[in-house]
Ligand binder design. Structure first.
Ligand code: ADP
Ligand code: MG
Ligand code: MG
Length: 223
């Protein structure tokens, strides 16, 4: 089999890009409620750069058993840096860090299979890094409100040994439910905070994009 350019990381990012492209206007509209309206455009720009970077990362041959944690990690490190550079804005820096954190943990794992047990602590580390960089907390109507339940659900299923192809979609479903629930929250972080409660009734764009992306990645992991 011919090497798949960028392996599972590039495929996952390409799926995330397709989902964000399909919802670019909706994300922009959500961001325009209390922000500057650029979230859809920024994510498309950032993820396009991330996909290109992940594809360029692949120099080793990938077998039909899938690529290993270190290969995926290297691709994600390049992708996260490219995303942050290309997307700009608060979410560019935060999403870029999310990818580089996961990439760093995977790279350290070496030529191991990418499992729920490996990814759950990587996503948890990314959650903590994003929370620290943003200076925020769960419950403030940001991407953290989708990322936290995503990470927690993945960790629960790592503990009971659920395969990634089953665990990831369950975590994505938790993120989707949580992203929708941000519509009931007043904004406390980012540009939206300056406008007080104006965003109430509308979901947070960052939480929404996170849910869209992890849902799209679930299809990739299911083969
Ligand atoms: P910008 O606000 O710079 O225009 P975007 O519109 O691309 O960036 O992204 C806005 C999203 O970024 C918000 O909906 C929110 O989810 C997320 N965000 C912004 N600031 C923070 C923060 N400090 N912590 C966590 N998430 C944040
Ligand atoms: Mg914006
Ligand atoms: Mg902006």
């Amino acid at each position: 089999e011919a090497p798949k350019s960028g392996g599972v990381a590039a495929a996952a990012l390409a799926a995330a890009l397709a989902a964000v492209e399909a919802h670019e206007r909706e994300l922009g509209r959500l961001d325009a409620v209390a922000g500057d309206g650029d979230h859809g455009r920024g994510m498309v720009r950032g993820l396009s750069a991330a996909v290109a970077a992940a594809r360029s990362a692949d120099t080793v041959s990938i077998t039909d058993t899938g690529d290993t944690a270190d290969t995926a990690g290297r691709a994600l490190l390049l992708a996260g840096t490219a995303l942050a550079d290309a997307a700009g804005g608060a979410s560019g820096a935060l999403y870029g860090l999310l990818l580089t954190e996961i990439g760093g943990v995977l790279l350290e794992a070496g030529p191991a299979p990418v499992t729920t047990e490996l990814l759950a602590p990587a996503v948890d580390a990314a959650f903590h890094a994003v929370r620290e960089l943003g200076g925020g907390a769960v419950g403030e109507k940001t991407m953290l409100d989708a990322l936290a339940p995503f990470s927690e659900t993945l960790s629960e299923h790592a503990r009971d040994g659920t395969p990634l192809a089953d665990a990831w979609p369950l975590a994505a479903a938790a993120a989707t439910t949580a992203a929708r629930a941000t519509a009931d929250m007043p904004a406390k972080r980012g540009r939206a905070a300056r406008l007080g409660e104006r965003g109430q009734g509308h979901a947070d764009p960052g939480a929404t994009s996170l849910a869209l992306m992890v849902t799209a990645v679930a299809d990739v992991l299911n083969g």
